[in-house]
Design a protein around this ligand. Structure first.
Ligand SMILES: [Mg+2]
Length: 337
């Protein structure tokens, strides 16, 4: 049986990026109950990808017959079927993929990272994201999280340089930058990136709008910092065309439609020589713990969506000084608080 519910997750602080601002997110949770085992998954609908909680709920319910009738341990076969059933709302696909894998892990009695043969000690340290705010408030967020070794600073408004100067006043830790498509002129973007390189920034995520591929390819030829595609990449079939414009890709389960597609993206990106980042939306510990299961595969980790919440309803993989701490629980390793 499939249970779908929408739940409001409140942010500890108003969350602002280049395109919008929010105090809470409405994420959709799905539970598969079968043979006395419950598998859980989470969808974080995002307007940037034309997603919402209502259609996500519909898509999840449309999967109920497949989940009911099919053997969930054949999750590779099931993925094909779900790809045919759910043709939009990739976050819904992510939720059902997670729930099936959580169920399978519990049925087999193993955490997913063990089922995939991964060593959790190899997971890179996660960054901690600082949303756009006044430079003073952004400094305060950094001070509150002073034990985090890597900060990801959201930029893409008018005062980017003022913000970075302010952050550098309060930390000498690694800084990454995410412009969230905020720079619309390639010459301006290049000037910003050169300035950021002088400030010791490690890389820049999605400097220009996803559709500005030629401009971004121009930028890549000249950029002193690696450029990581985020909004420009959702699934495996997007990757090849990005190799000329970006040095790496940011994989998120909500964009890929789950863990299995993310694994296929990892293998293709590796083959093309691109760097691989594993990111997230604002999500509870369900989706964050799901992504963490494959983190040992990637170069950069940004799994902090749950750390930004005031009221995470779940407990799973935790973070200590940027290090992901795994438990030995089967599946996603998640329990309700
Ligand atoms: Mg991003």
């Amino acid at each position: 049986m499939l249970n779908v519910k929408t739940q409001k997750l409140h942010l500890a602080h108003t969350w602002t990026i280049a395109r919008n601002s929010s105090d809470y997110k409405e994420n959709v949770f799905v539970e598969i109950n079968k043979e006395g085992i419950t598998g859980i998954g989470e969808a974080a609908p995002n307007v940037r990808y034309d997603e919402d909680a209502v259609r996500t709920t519909q898509r999840l319910n449309e999967c109920s017959q497949t989940v009911e009738e099919k053997n969930l341990l054949h999750f590779q076969d099931l993925k094909q079927e779900i790809d045919r059933t759910v043709t939009d709302q990739s976050c819904a696909k992510a939720a059902i993929d997670m729930a099936i894998l959580d169920w399978a892990g519990k049925k087999l009695g193993a955490p997913l990272y063990k089922m995939f043969g991964l060593n959790p000690d190899k997971s890179p340290l996660t960054s901690y994201s600082i949303g756009i705010d006044s430079p003073e408030n952004m400094q305060e967020r950094v001070r509150e999280n002073a034990d985090m070794p890597i900060f990801k600073i959201k930029l893409g408004k008018e005062n980017d340089r003022e913000i970075i100067e302010a952050i550098r006043e309060v930390t000498d830790h690694v800084i990454r930058v995410d412009a969230n498509e905020g720079w619309h002129d390639k010459e301006f973007a290049l000037a910003q990136i050169k300035w950021l390189a002088d400030k010791g920034v490690e890389f820049v995520e999605q400097p220009m709008p996803a559709e500005m591929m030629d401009e971004t390819a121009w930028l890549k030829e000249r950029s002193p910092l690696p450029l990581i595609a985020d909004e420009a990449v959702k699934k495996t079939s997007d990757i090849i065309k990005l190799a000329d414009a970006y040095h790496g890709i940011n994989i998120k389960l909500m964009k890929s439609g789950g863990i299995l597609e993310a694994l296929s993206m990892i293998h293709l990106a590796r083959a093309t020589g691109m760097k691989i980042m594993l990111g997230c939306m604002v999500e509870s510990s369900v989706a964050i713990s799901a992504a963490a299961q494959i983190a040992p595969f990637v170069d950069y980790v940004d799994l902090d969506g749950n750390l930004l919440l005031a009221d995470d309803p779940y407990l799973g993989v935790t973070v200590k000084e940027g290090k992901l701490i795994y438990n030995d629980l089967p599946g996603l390793g998640v329990i309700a608080r």
